[in-house]
Design a protein around this ligand. Structure first.
Ligand code: AMP
Ligand code: ZN
Length: 122
């Protein structure tokens, strides 16, 4: 873990967050500046700077992280498919719009209208 990293601090419960899911590996919480009616962030509890810092041996936990997403979306206000759904975003690097250097998935959803942009507001 990185001691200076905001999301590591949230993972250690040193900074409050509106947590909706926690297990041994992952934490999900509401984005503090939501870009949609539902806007969650899903992080691994261990420090990983971005998707670009993952390697083949990370595939198993990345798959587990990905597989949490549909239930998190459904359980936190995203509407059922096919009319509903959710958007999954992983901003990666400066030009990808990544501001916090700890890997996170944005899970966005809820009734439209909300931002049509591929990335949440910076
Ligand atoms: P990104 O631009 O992809 O790095 O996204 C970082 C996200 O973290 C933004 O959507 C911010 O609103 C969100 N954020 C920043 N600080 C906090 C915090 N303390 N709790 C929850 N979300 C946060
Ligand atoms: Zn971190």
């Amino acid at each position: 873990m990185s001691h200076d990293c905001l999301f590591c601090k949230i993972a250690r419960h040193e900074i409050p967050a509106r947590i909706v899911h926690e297990d041994d590996e992952f934490l999900a919480f509401h984005d503090i500046n939501p870009a949609a009616p539902v806007h969650l962030l899903l992080i691994p509890k261990h420090h990983v700077a971005s998707l670009a810092d993952t390697a083949p041996q990370d595939g198993a936990w990345l798959a587990r992280m990905l597989q949490l997403v549909p239930a998190l979306a459904a359980d936190n206000g995203c509407n059922p498919l096919p009319e509903g759904g959710f958007r999954l975003v992983a901003n990666t690097g400066a030009e990808g719009g990544q501001e916090i250097d700890h890997l996170h998935f944005h899970i966005l959803g809820g009734s439209r209208p909300w931002s049509k942009r591929a990335a949440p507001a910076a």
